[in-house]
Design a protein around this ligand. Structure first.
Ligand SMILES: NC(=O)c1ccc[n+]([C@@H]2O[C@H](COP(=O)([O-])OP(=O)(O)OC[C@H]3O[C@@H](n4cnc5c(N)ncnc54)[C@H](O)[C@@H]3O)[C@@H](O)[C@H]2O)c1
Length: 370
């Protein structure tokens, strides 16, 4: 009797503390889809019920790796399946809006791959629909779940770099030329999401230039500058035509600077105790610069797989009705910058003011609002 009571109590505590399982369906099993399937398969409180891909050879591949997961060719078999609580969209960007709108209208929680949509208008429509339906809408900006980005955010939040002045990112390689989006829409979402996550100040405007070498109006090399009212500046260099792969970001503060090299196996973040001070000589109209170089510190980083962290965040945000780290608002802010960059490229680098901006760039050095 005592033993039986004991078991009852264990069950009571176990089930009252356990959370409802979330059944997910994944649309798109091309290049990125398999990574999502693998990580949602491993995520806590999650069951991958079905995967859709229009190409039968991809479903054969799914069957080999995950024989227990149902493969379907039509995305609607996932969207309208009453047993599926959440839909994950890993298809080309041009299809995100239509698939997500259908799934949200059905009352499903939705996770969309980056970039969220092809326009801010589409992203705003999805955000409003998710609110109306009371479901979670999230965007997979995977890098926010890396130990390196978490560490850099911690360093900036805690003013370890002093006041930050610039972020400079290079993401280039001999990349797959996309047929529906240019190189900025393909590669820059990662870096823009990191920028928006780390820097609290919202940008004021963008300038971008780019060039196509394939006669199809899809730029394969592009440079984007994001301007801030405080004088902080961010710059992104993206290319599919580099002989070497570079994934590097610099974040400069007035006390220390960070070098983030994502290709380094372990020492991805280095903090340079490097800076400068200056003295304006008003009479001679000259500036005297004093340089300081000190130690280089390599912090220890969390090593859990970023995509698993993202999958767990999606599931727990559904269960706990909380805002995920990679929220739909962050997804919208990334699309806003990308859309403005396309407008600027069209006009040979003309400054495009961002809609959400409230104050102009002064180009005077103020304290950055972090
Ligand atoms: N988070 C990241 O780090 C990361 C990395 C790579 C790609 N992505 C994103 O993932 C998404 C997919 O990229 P990809 O490189 O895997 O593309 P892909 O073209 O390799 O794969 C897309 C798959 O979706 C299938 N598909 C398209 N429309 C469909 C529909 N209506 N119904 C069923 N299947 C459909 C295609 O058959 C294809 O197999 C993009 O948004 C991309 O930006 C994210």
């Amino acid at each position: 009797m005592e033993l039986y009571m004991c078991k009852q109590w264990v069950d009571f505590f176990y089930y009252s503390n356990s959370k409802a399982m979330v059944n997910v369906g994944i649309i798109g099993y091309g290049y990125w889809g398999p990574n999502l399937v693998r990580n949602f398969f491993a995520a806590a409180d999650c069951c991958v019920k079905a995967v859709a891909d229009g190409r039968s050879e991809r479903l054969q591949q799914l069957g080999k790796v995950f024989p227990t997961i149902k493969g379907v060719q039509d995305a609607e078999d996932i969207i309208y399946d009453p047993d599926i609580d959440a839909v994950i969209i890993a298809t080309p960007v041009s299809t995100h809006f239509t698939l997500a709108r259908k799934a949200l209208a059905e009352g499903k929680h939705v996770l969309i791959e980056k970039p969220m949509t092809s326009s801010t208008e589409e992203a705003e429509l999805l955000i409003n629909l998710a609110k109306q339906k009371g479901v979670l809408l999230m965007v997979d900006h995977t890098f926010l779940y890396t130990g390196a980005v978490e560490k850099m955010k911690y360093l900036v939040d805690n003013k370890e770099l002093g006041n930050i002045k610039y972020l400079d990112s290079t993401r280039i390689n001999l990349g797959l030329f996309q047929s529906d989006i240019n190189v900025l829409w393909d590669l820059a979402p990662h870096d823009i999401s990191i920028l928006n996550y780390i820097v609290r100040e919202r940008p004021y405007s963008v300038n971008a230039t780019g060039i196509t070498h394939t006669n199809n109006n899809i730029e394969n090399i592009a440079y984007l500058t994001v301007n801030y009212a405080s004088g902080f500046i961010a710059h992104f260099n993206c290319s599919w035509t580099s002989p070497v792969k570079v994934r590097m970001m610099l974040i400069g503060g007035d006390q220390k600077m960070i070098l983030y090299n994502d290709l380094e196996p372990t020492e991805k973040v280095k903090i340079y105790d490097t800076g400068y001070s200056y003295l304006n000589d008003e009479e001679k109209n000259k500036v005297r610069i004093d340089y300081r170089t000190g130690d280089i510190h390599v912090p220890k980083l969390a090593t859990t797989e970023a995509l698993l962290g993202m999958a767990n965040d999606f599931i727990s945000s559904i269960q706990e009705k909380k805002e995920p780290k990679s929220s739909c608002q962050l997804g919208l802010d990334v699309v806003r910058i990308l859309e403005a960059s396309s407008e600027s490229i069209k006009h040979n680098g003309r400054e495009v003011i961002l809609e959400s901006s409230t104050s102009p760039v002064t180009h005077t050095i103020q304290e950055v609002l972090i």
